[in-house]
Write a protein that binds this ligand. Structure first.
Ligand SMILES: NC(=O)c1ccc[n+]([C@@H]2O[C@H](COP(=O)([O-])OP(=O)(O)OC[C@H]3O[C@@H](n4cnc5c(N)ncnc54)[C@H](O)[C@@H]3O)[C@@H](O)[C@H]2O)c1
Ligand SMILES: O=C(O)C(=O)C[C@@H](O)[C@H](O)[C@H](O)COP(=O)(O)O
Ligand SMILES: [Zn+2]
Length: 365
């Protein structure tokens, strides 16, 4: 097992990464001071629940914890205010009070939703992230929690740091292949924004990583989590630096919402968004040619790199102007300066963005 720490101004918490860790959950909870008196609400989805929820509940119950389980439907469609209200009802009926805690067992959807429940329930109770997707090496760390709005991704949310993250990499064995690719989009993102050596390592090891070979897989999760933890520790509330974690997301979020949440996975949309960001960096003369290399690495992880589908450019542009990073309706992007180095760029003109949308539709598949 490897442990990383996230250290913000107000708190610090561990991220444990390794195989078989769910069975040690009672010990990890004890380490952060959660006693058996703490009533727990385990939130999961209807795909993850049948695989892991019973095991987690039984492990905790055997040590004396009282654990309620709340299940939402699998997929992005569950990240809504409606589900938040329903989960609140479940918590109230179960008698959860301010001494209680939430466990988020699942991918980024469950993590964001249950984390927001924890942020809002009785104005805030603690929660623990138990990520089960590769993508969730990103979403479980850093405390961005929330739900979607029809007009934009994650438009309603909060910063609420977990008290603990336990990433049992054995859970990745049951991931469908599309979800493996989905998760690698954020791993590649972490490399592209911060670490050229990690980019080269991913290029060299894409084959064994896609086969989920335990050693390189754990290494990839660790390196991705380390980059996330380092950035969040320096800028918890996105005053500046943290925005680099949004590489590929200005277009990515617009695609997810425009296609209808859940049509494109988050990682697929971010993959196309990162190719677009590299193209935009090239168009604006900010970086050496990077779009083709970005495309190649993402393709090696089975990700899309083109804008296929019935998207209306004006609609996408409007959505990108509404992005959370935007100020006074101008386009803001995270753009590359070089391999492994990006920066926030405000006030981008519309014409180069339109050219990029056209470029993303052309070229080889
Ligand atoms: N808060 C953050 O910092 C942050 C970071 C990145 C992404 N996100 C959010 O995360 C969400 C995407 O997360 P995701 O890709 O994990 O999606 P997800 O939670 O929908 O999981 C993807 C699918 O895999 C299934 N699944 C999960 N674990 C499984 C397992 N071990 N075995 C078999 N099936 C399993 C789920 O039921 C679901 O159908 C998006 O809403 C995105 O906005 C948040
Ligand atoms: O943690 C962050 O900061 C990120 O930007 C990580 C992203 O991968 C993630 O998708 C996040 O939810 C996006 O945040 P948002 O503020 O753009 O909604
Ligand atoms: Zn993301």
């Amino acid at each position: 097992m490897k442990t990383l720490m996230v250290r913000t101004k107000e708190r610090e918490y561990p991220i444990h990464i390794g195989p078989g860790l769910l069975s040690s959950l009672p010990r990890f909870l004890e380490d952060i001071g959660w006693t058996v008196e703490k009533r727990l609400m385990l939130v999961t989805d209807d795909q993850v629940g049948p695989l892991y929820a019973n095991r987690v509940r039984t492990t905790l119950a055997s040590k004396g914890y009282r654990v309620h389980v709340a299940t939402v439907e699998a997929g992005e469609g569950a990240k809504t205010l409606r589900r938040l209200e329903e989960l609140t009802t479940v918590c109230l009926r179960a008698g959860l009070d301010r001494t209680g805690g939430i466990l988020a067992l699942g991918g980024g959807v469950v993590g964001d939703l249950a984390g927001f429940l924890a942020a809002a329930y009785m104005r805030g109770i603690p929660f623990v992230q138990l990520p089960t997707t590769l993508l969730a090496h990103d979403s479980s760390v850093g405390g961005k929690v929330g739900v979607n709005h029809p007009l934009g991704k994650n438009m309603i949310g909060a910063f609420h740091q977990p008290s603990l993250v336990v990433f049992d990499v054995d859970t990745l064995k049951t991931l469908p292949r599309r979800e493996v690719s989905n998760g690698f989009a954020e791993v590649v993102k972490h490399a592209l924004i911060r670490d050229p050596k990690f980019v080269r390592w991913l290029e060299e090891n894409s084959g064994s990583l896609m086969e989920l070979r335990p050693e390189p897989l754990t290494e990839a999760v660790l390196r991705g989590c380390s980059i996330k933890a380092e950035v969040v520790s320096k800028d918890e509330k996105e005053a500046g630096l943290r925005a680099v974690l949004n590489y590929g997301h200005t277009l990515g979020h617009a695609l997810e919402a425009a296609a209808g949440y859940g049509t494109w996975s988050h990682g697929e949309a971010v993959a196309v968004g990162m190719v677009g960001a590299a193209m935009l960096g090239e168009e604006l003369g900010l970086c050496p040619p990077l779009a083709e290399r970005t495309r190649r690495i993402l393709k090696a992880f089975g990700l899309p790199t083109r804008l296929d589908g019935d998207f209306d450019d004006d609609d996408l542009l409007e959505r990108m102007r509404r992005d959370k990073k935007a100020e006074r309706g101008s386009y803001t992007f995270i753009l590359p300066r070089d391999l492994g180095r990006v920066e926030i760029v405000r006030g981008v003109e519309e014409e180069p963005v339109r050219r990029v949308l056209r470029r993303l539709r052309g070229g080889e598949r």
